[in-house]
Design a protein around this ligand. Sequence first.
Ligand code: F0G
Length: 440
Amino acid sequence: MTPAGEMPLGMLPFGETPFAACDDCGARRDAIGDVNAVPNHATCVACGGLLAIVPQRPGCTGRELADSLDTAAARAAGGVWRFGALVHPSRTPVSWPEGDTPLVTSPALSAFAGLDNLSLKHEGMNPTGSFKDRGMTVAITDAVARRARGSVRAVACASTGNTAASLAAYAARAGLPALVFVPAGNVASGKLAQATAYGARTLLVRADFDACLALAREASHSLGVYLANSVNPWRLEGQKTIAWELLAQRDWRAPDWIALPGGALGNTSAFGKALSEARALGLIDRVPRLLVVQAAGAAPFAAAFANGFRERVTVRAETVATAIRIGAPASWDRAVRAIRDTNGVVLAVDDAAILDAKAAVDAAGIGCEPASAASVAGVRAARARGLIAADDSVVAVLTGHLLKDPDTVMAYHAGGSARANAPIAIEPTIAAVDAILSSL
Ligand code: F0G
């Protein structure tokens, strides 16, 4: 284990106590005691910039820290809360628990991607079926503390579906009223069913995700609702643990690449922060490269990357991967920093490639939702372009569960694609079964 190296560009030092710092004006406030530190609208009260949490300095070496994360007590705390004060100092979190998701391999998927060894970090195995639970446990823990001080009427988010499902579940567990804003007609049925079933007031907004977010942000400024989108810095603190947990599962040996889908770019920002912090803490001795993958119809970040990030791009988004149907990513600047700090790459893959990769992930017995398959499609594309070598170690993050979007599955398998596997109606006879068996 090497000692902590030089702090990467843009990385803040650790604090004696956690504090919130503004990305834009640099204002700093005590993140726990001060109600204005992370207000309901989750942005800087001085200038409106995005806030980042600077966690408490652990005061030990990387080796000691890695060992302390491996104790029975740390493991018992659960995947997110195992990391303790590096995420949030609460000792009474609103937790399911979440995290502790598997890192799996599949020879079939390695072959599909053209790699010797592709690993998949399956975040669909979280309690509500997506990675959002990792950030939501932390944000709702913060919201409960704020509500005790009387400033929260309800918790709210704009969502393409998964954040809504997660918020609805955690709000229900905490006994908080919840409001979710989703784009009418563009949310996968599993996610809508979850938000409804968990009891959130689900608002089908006649607009796209970007307009939903603008509305939710306005409500958080004027109506006293606590905004739980990934502009909320506590969300990113929880989401950092995806990266940390996969590094721990690899015994803190960094892979060459980590691939993940990009939408609002909160997760990209969280991964950048997690990797910079892991390096600064001496947990890893080199930083993996991030491969952020967007759907071609919703790829403003990929377009800007191709242009050296000379300008901020917005598009009118359209893709079968509704989770990442986002044209104006909110966490833009910090995602740019994450790509620069990790020598990362941003790619776009078209819907056909996403559905093809999804069918491969599903047929491997692993399964994921369409947006998640963008990771695998992106790795395959990067390998085909020679960006990734066959013997590179690559972890692709599967962000959501197969059951999130059953309609896309059934539409794909009803069609004429090579992997189509439509259900077959039969008479209740043994001859009919035999005929099917003969065709296998
Ligand atoms: N994968 C899935 C399954 C998602 O649901 C999302 C985002 C992403 C990837 C992209 O993450 O936005 O941090 O870049 N879903 C949000 C939602 C927008 O509302 O559920 P990101």
